[in-house]
Design a protein around this ligand. Structure first.
Ligand code: SF4
Length: 346
């Protein structure tokens, strides 16, 4: 008489989970919008079920973005001395972090950074400044000159991340100077945001995105994972970004800095990082999902799997206040994965 053995509970759970993943991801592959609770369930899957989710995220990336990965680089154009209190940030005056402090960069430095970025196969250089935001005045004139220097040089596209923009007229000045894409992260979900920053509001951030869009500037906006938010709150952020119809979604993984309130935050596991990228890909199939800060530190040996998880873009070169690995290593990794990069500044 044949002996039948009941399947272990974990196997049953995995079979159910696979069916659920197929049911949610198949429509996403065809460009249909995934519902909030389904996305939360994907974000809460056990690690053993995540590889199946990754296989779908990889298919969705391949269908909408092909194998050409967009690369961006940034230059810290004004470091330290910021009066805001973002708790992850080493550049706030409120925290003793020992970060370099210097004022806005000059023309030669901007051009050197643009040419370095182009040499590293980046499409764009993000000019990033540590301050609350920009208003009409001498500083805006200076910023517009630097944007125009970079965009006129032609090595890379001129992008920027300059904080809160309260006035569409300021956004139009930046656009007219040659700005292509403006980065302004929401950082986290609306419900978690009070734990992240108290000196400006979530709505200040949302309004900045709307003001840039009103001026016809494309927007790059995402957040940081690993600040203590729940998995559901990661999905809340994804839906906020989908609702705002931003063009590029950078996902950062918290890099802790001594002296900041988040210095002791626990790192996410590499599988949790991949899962977050994959869920964002499923929620926003056609958008550029960019993996930015903290990828090597948090993903460790699983770092090349970010593309299988659905990433279509990557930040290369140096991050704001910390070094990343060399651009050559990243380009070799893409070649090893059978991927390539899109190098035309557009
Ligand atoms: S506004 Fe920008 S530079 Fe200032 S503390 Fe916040 S993240 Fe850091």
């Amino acid at each position: 008489m044949p002996i039948t053995t009941a399947a272990p509970h974990d196997d049953i759970a995995t079979a159910d989970a696979s069916e659920f993943i197929d049911d949610v991801c198949r429509p996403a592959l065809d460009g249909k919008a995934v519902g909030f609770e389904d996305a939360v369930r994907l974000m809460e899957l056990d690690a053993t079920d995540v590889p199946h989710l990754l296989s779908w995220a990889n298919r969705i990336r391949a269908r909408y973005h092909g194998s050409r990965i967009h690369l961006c680089s940034i230059v810290n154009a004004k470091s330290g001395g910021c009066a805001e209190d973002c708790k992850f940030c080493s550049q706030s005056v409120l925290y003793q972090t020992g970060v370099d402090v210097y004022s806005f960069l000059g023309r030669d430095e901007a051009l050197a950074a643009a040419q370095r970025a182009g040499g590293a196969r980046a499409q764009a250089l993000g000019i990033v400044a540590a301050w609350r935001g920009l208003k009409e005045g001498r500083l805006l004139d200076q910023v517009c000159e630097r944007i125009s220097d970079v965009s006129g040089d032609g090595s890379v596209r001129a992008d920027a991340s300059l904080g809160i923009i309260e006035d569409v007229a300021v956004a139009e000045r930046l656009r007219d100077a040659g700005l292509s894409v403006y980065n302004h992260n929401l950082e986290s979900s609306r419900s978690f945001y009070p734990n992240v920053c108290t000196t400006h509001t979530y709505d200040d951030r949302v309004q900045t995105i709307r003001n840039m869009q009103a001026a016809g500037v494309r927007v790059c906006s995402g957040g940081i994972m690993g600040m203590g938010e729940t998995r559901r709150q990661r999905v809340e952020l994804a839906f906020e970004l989908r609702g705002l119809d931003v063009d590029v979604v950078p996902i950062n993984f918290l890099m802790t800095f001594d002296g900041t309130p988040f210095e002791d935050a626990a790192e996410l596991t590499p599988m949790e990082c991949l899962q977050a990228i994959a869920v964002y890909r499923v929620v926003m199939p056609t958008k550029e999902i960019m993996v930015a800060g903290g990828r090597e530190r948090n993903l460790r040996d699983l770092h090349p799997m970010i593309f299988m998880a659905g990433a279509s873009a990557m930040l290369i070169g140096h991050y704001l206040t910390s070094s990343s690995r060399s651009a050559d290593d990243d380009l070799r990794m893409l070649e090893d994965l059978g991927l390539t990069w899109d190098w035309s500044p557009h």
